[in-house]
Design a binder for this molecule. Structure first.
Ligand code: ADP
Length: 503
């Protein structure tokens, strides 16, 4: 580090504040970062300080129209670029983002409240990795050849769909961005993406950087509200595919928009994910898994967070004691501080949602808050909240059923494996599920019977490139992060049947 510019917390904050101001009011259309046509805007807040750090355009019809037009114009050339050449361009784009990785991560921490050291920096690496992965796969978009009957040739090809509308949430905007644009662009589509209104700026920066490598119009970004810009993107007739990550409620809306035009949707939605600990499990490994599963580096704001912890009676007290001990060791504070492991919840609205559920638990007869349930001491400003474990809520309570999306989990005791499997499946959601055991037959039974798309045994890991990800039930439709999912969701099949015989 340059001595004249020490990398102190204050210097980090000042640098990101300047960057947030620079990116304010900008969208990215047709190869250029530029002010939006819309005159309205909304404020972007630093949730760790409650300070307004910038603003983003509240795009409406004119901006969405311009972005879709730019994407439509770029489509014929991009889709007809040789696949491996397209892939090489995406790999160059990934390399370019990697050169700016630290700044992107810091800006994301500044607007999301996610800690730089434990979340944003790693997420930025994943962002690059995902784009590079899909760039490498562009040449693998293969069709099928059918048996060669005399005089006829039958095969399928996979063609690009056109303009893809991508709508992403605020909890992990960096990796969400490339999870959407990586497969869409590698397959030859062009994109219009809308980031969440709570965290648009780092994504604007990513798109600004992408323009330095990608042809104009291939990757466009508009900002705005979900039921304005988001809806307009989804409803636009030229948008031939929608890829969405967010709440199940909005997922339903998105599918309605798509139904009107009969276009496919990929939807990664909510979760209320069980972690089951058996009596024979390695306790330290299970405790480590629970601590990972709480996703505290994102303040629990993860759709795959393990928020229903189901502990066998024989290990209940021991595991809880160790988890509480583990949780209390994390350092909560300003996300740009290198020593901080847990940052702040994204917004006042989300913070109040967490408070409401914890209050609900407090008012439930028999329920007990085992730890947390409060703001951390000494942090009066910002949406900081302690990790909260709750026992004794009935299974039918909203605390046990709803996706809270914060650092809150329920714990409960079980004795019968059949019953706990039933309890684990007794949810509207079906995203992630985890089991800790040394019992192989039990593990396989869990794998067979659990209704979840992302199933783990004896670990809690998170999605990454080449590990297919997605849910069932209210948790969504389709898969991400794999070659198969790119081919299935970002291309359409064309059957070709040729008569090869002489006339
Ligand atoms: P969260 O509850 O995590 O904020 P949402 O599902 O509300 O998640 O939002 C995820 C993304 O979906 C955001 O970019 C948001 O603007 C967008 N969105 C919300 N409502 C709609 C809608 N009706 N149509 C299209 N996009 C929407």
């Amino acid at each position: 580090m340059d001595n004249r510019n020490p990398d102190t917390l204050d210097a980090r904050i000042a640098a990101q504040a300047a960057e947030a101001r620079r990116l304010s009011g900008q969208i990215v259309v047709g190869g250029r970062m530029q002010p939006a046509l819309a005159t309205g805007s909304f404020e972007v807040e630093n949730p760790a300080t409650e300070e307004i750090i910038g603003e983003a355009p509240r795009c409406g019809e004119a901006d969405v129209e311009a972005a879709v037009a730019a994407a439509s114009e770029a489509f014929p050339k991009w889709s007809r670029t040789k696949a491996r050449e397209r892939g090489a361009t995406l790999i160059a784009a990934a390399n370019h983002l990697e050169r700016h990785l630290e700044d992107i991560a810091r800006l994301s921490s500044f607007e999301t409240g996610n800690a730089l050291a434990t979340q944003s920096r790693g997420e930025a690496r994943t962002m690059v990795d995902i784009l590079r992965y899909f760039g490498g796969l562009a040449g693998e978009i293969l069709g099928d050849t059918y048996p060669g009957d005399p005089g006829r040739m039958l095969y399928t090809r996979r063609d690009a769909m056109g303009v893809v509308g991508a709508i992403i949430p605020w909890n992990a905007p960096l990796m969400q961005t490339t999870s959407k644009i990586g497969p869409a662009l590698a397959a030859g589509n062009t994109v219009v993406l809308k980031p969440a209104e709570q965290a648009p700026l780092a994504v604007v920066r990513i798109f600004e950087l992408l323009q330095e490598v990608l042809p104009p119009g291939v990757a466009n970004l508009v900002t705005g509200f979900g039921d304005e810009a988001g809806r307009l993107i989804c409803e636009h007739p030229a948008v031939r595919k929608i890829t969405f990550t967010g709440s199940s409620a909005v997922g339903v809306r998105i599918m309605h928009y798509a139904a009107e035009k009969i276009v496919p949707v990929t939807a990664e939605l909510g979760g209320k994910n069980p972690i089951i600990i058996m009596e024979d499990s390695d306790i330290d490994r299970a405790v480590g898994g629970i601590l990972q599963g709480l996703r505290l580096q994102r303040q629990g704001q993860s759709c795959s967070a393990g928020t229903r912890i189901l502990l066998h009676e024989a290990v209940y007290d021991r595991v809880i004691e160790k988890v509480i001990d583990g949780v209390s060791g994390f350092n909560i504070g300003n996300p740009l501080d290198e020593a901080v492991q847990i940052g702040s919840i994204i917004s006042r609205k989300q913070f109040e949602r967490v408070l409401r559920y914890v209050d609900m638990a407090r008012e439930t007869p028999g329920a007990r808050i085992l730890c947390g349930g409060d703001r951390p001491a000494g942090l009066e400003k910002g949406y900081f909240y302690t990790t909260t474990l709750i026992e004794g809520v009935p299974e039918t309570s909203p605390v046990a059923c709803d996706e809270i999306f914060g650092p809150v989990a329920t714990v409960s005791k079980w004795t019968d494996f059949d019953a706990v499997l039933k309890q684990a499946n007794d949810t509207r959601y079906g995203l992630a599920a985890t089991l800790f055991t040394e019992n192989l037959p039990a593990a396989f039974r869990f794998i067979e019977e659990i209704e979840a798309g992302f199933v783990q045994v004896n670990q809690f890991a998170v999605a990454e490139a080449n590990i297919e990800y997605g849910g069932t039930k209210l948790s969504g439709l389709g898969r991400e992060l794999s070659l198969a999912s790119m081919i299935q969701h970002f291309t359409w099949p064309k059957t070709v049947f040729m008569n090869t015989s002489a006339a």
